[in-house]
Design a protein around this ligand. Structure first.
Ligand SMILES: NC(=O)c1ccc[n+]([C@@H]2O[C@H](COP(=O)([O-])OP(=O)(O)OC[C@H]3O[C@@H](n4cnc5c(N)ncnc54)[C@H](OP(=O)(O)O)[C@@H]3O)[C@@H](O)[C@H]2O)c1
Length: 259
């Protein structure tokens, strides 16, 4: 078993607590596991009870874990989920806005409700959850860290990804705005912009080796980004080693954005 890090505590000498949205699978699940190995207490969310594979994972056996139901499209659900986590842990030190959905469609075919679904989940939900986090920490005079999982699609143009790209571009700008507004309260806000990660949601690539190979060749380093890399970047940005970093977006792009 991997060695556990017991050095990470908050200002009260207690284990830090991280709230990870969308931890049922993919990047969110890997991030929750990594923070657990670093001795954080976890509040992990899913819309329906699909968190069992994560909750049973050995990485989580020696930390406190709260499984909360959250639908980011609902104001009430955000309030309930964050309130439940606060009741349990007393304070949340780190928020990882990971949950998100994608849409692959030409602009002229996108419907009003598809736009709402993507923007409400990826941007509005993350915005208001972050506001809850900051309101709570500011009122208790506590510092905190937010890490937003954006995307390279928020930084470059690509046909068929307009709605998703708008949501992630919005998230990147939201990161700067929140970082400036909350800097005086020592709440740091950063984002990570991964290129393609072969999570279970990327079925179009997982099931088609030719398409996958074309995508891989487009990346200068010729390899996909891994869930572990995104989790490690989130952990770094949340740590005291990144205490002077706020308002930034860290691309994990294999060189894509430098072409
Ligand atoms: N995979 C990639 O190539 C890639 C690249 C760059 C950025 N990203 C971003 O990284 C994040 C995670 O990606 P992933 O590939 O790991 O995604 P994923 O496997 O599809 O998982 C998405 C997570 O978001 C949750 N979720 C979806 N809609 C929600 C809602 N309305 N309210 C609350 N939770 C909701 C899902 O929960 P349920 O299980 O309950 O549905 C799931 O846990 C996303 O924000 C994505 O945009 C991914």
């Amino acid at each position: 078993m991997e060695e556990r890090d017991t050095s990470e505590t908050n200002g009260d000498g207690l284990k830090r607590t991280v709230f990870v949205t969308g931890a049922t699978t993919g990047i969110g699940m890997m991030t929750a596991r990594l923070f657990a190995r670093h001795n954080y207490r976890l509040a992990v969310t899913g819309r329906i009870p699909k968190l069992d594979p994560l909750l049973r994972h050995p990485d989580l056996t020696s930390t406190e874990v709260l499984n909360v139901k959250l639908d980011l499209r609902s104001e009430g659900s955000i309030e309930d989920a964050f309130g439940t986590a606060l009741d349990r842990f007393g304070t949340i030190d780190v928020l990882i806005n990971n949950a998100g959905i994608t849409l692959h469609k030409p602009i002229i075919d996108v419907t009003w409700s598809e736009w709402d679904d993507v923007l409400n989940t990826n941007l509005k939900g993350a915005y208001f959850l972050s506001a809850h986090f900051a309101r709570e920490n500011i009122s208790r005079n506590r510092n905190g860290v937010i890490v937003n999982i954006a995307s390279t699609h928020g930084l470059t143009g690509l046909a068929g990804r307009s709605v998703y790209g708008a949501s992630k571009g919005g998230m990147i700008q939201m990161t700067r705005m929140m970082a400036m507004e909350w800097a005086a309260h020592k709440i740091r806000v950063n984002a990570i912009a991964p290129a393609t990660v072969l999570t279970p949601s990327r079925q179009e690539l997982l099931s088609d080796p030719d398409k996958r190979e074309i995508m891989r060749q487009r990346i200068p380093l010729q390899d996909f980004i891994t869930e572990e890399e995104v989790a490690a970047a989130a952990h770094y940005l949340a740590s005291d080693a990144a205490r002077s970093i706020t308002g930034h977006t860290l691309p994990l792009d294999g060189g894509l954005l430098s072409q």
